[in-house]
Design a protein around this ligand. Structure first.
Ligand code: CA
Length: 238
């Protein structure tokens, strides 16, 4: 499981300890020493999870969590709060601001990694190694293999990530901007047309087994992956 984790912690020793353990667990870590830096990094690329210390200089972790929850674009990014506080009321406040979980210092790195894994599995299935299967199409993130029945399907790395995201979020329509955020991690510098190019390549790779029909264009909105082919023609599958 490799997720992009934004770590917001002002104490260098703790930041280092946590980062080392996350990298060891296979994650990519982006670090910020304060909430303002964290917000700037989030504007550039959407992380899979934000790990934020409650006590930060300037804007605190609770306020940062509140801001991430208030913004449409960052609303669904999982947040785990790190804190020295152990009191029940603080825990409730932390969860009320929108944190998905809460880890009290001192914590064991192993516990933290396990909690991150649990939150990702619940909310960021595209960042886990769980095998997904839809409409006879199977994708295995750990071996990077896609198969249709017994037939292997060769995909480039971007098409693989795109298919993984679509398969872990089926039946929902994703705009090009959302796909750029979720698959490319960048909605600022990559053009929306890029999405169309990779959707076309993905469909091309899936054509031989007719699984290209799973990838549907929803006119004026974006793309969706659906095993329900009955409604596809009306949606304008290209
Ligand atoms: Ca702190």
């Amino acid at each position: 499981m490799a997720a992009n984790i934004l770590l917001v912690e002002d104490e260098p020793a703790i930041q280092e300890l946590v980062a080392v353990n996350l990298v060891r667990a296979g994650h990519q870590v982006l670090r910020a020493g304060d909430a303002e830096t964290a917000l700037r990094l989030v504007r550039e690329a959407l992380p899979d999870l934000v790990l934020v210390d409650w006590m930060l200089p300037g804007m605190n972790g609770v306020e940062l969590a509140r801001r991430l929850r208030a913004d449409e674009r960052t609303r669904s990014v999982p947040i785990i709060m790190l804190t020295a506080r152990g009191e029940e009321q603080d825990k409730i406040t932390g969860l009320e601001t929108g944190a998905d979980d809460y880890v009290t210092k001192p914590f064991s790195p192993r516990e933290l990694v396990a909690r991150i894994k649990a939150v990702l599995r619940r909310q960021r299935p595209q960042a886990t190694d769980d095998i997904v299967e839809i409409g006879g199409l199977q994708l295995d993130p750990s071996t990077h293999r896609v198969t249709a029945g017994e037939l292997p399907i060769n995909l480039g790395p971007t098409e693989f990530r795109l298919l993984h995201f679509l398969m872990t979020h089926p039946e929902r329509v994703h705009s090009r901007a959302q796909l750029l955020d979720q698959v490319w991690g960048d909605h600022v510098f990559v053009e929306e047309r890029t999405v169309d190019v990779h959707i076309r390549r993905l469909r091309g790779a899936l054509e031989a087994t007719q699984h290209d029909r799973l990838v549907q264009t929803v006119r004026g909105s974006g793309y969706r992956l659906s095993a329900d082919l009955g409604v596809a023609p009306a949606l304008g599958v290209e």
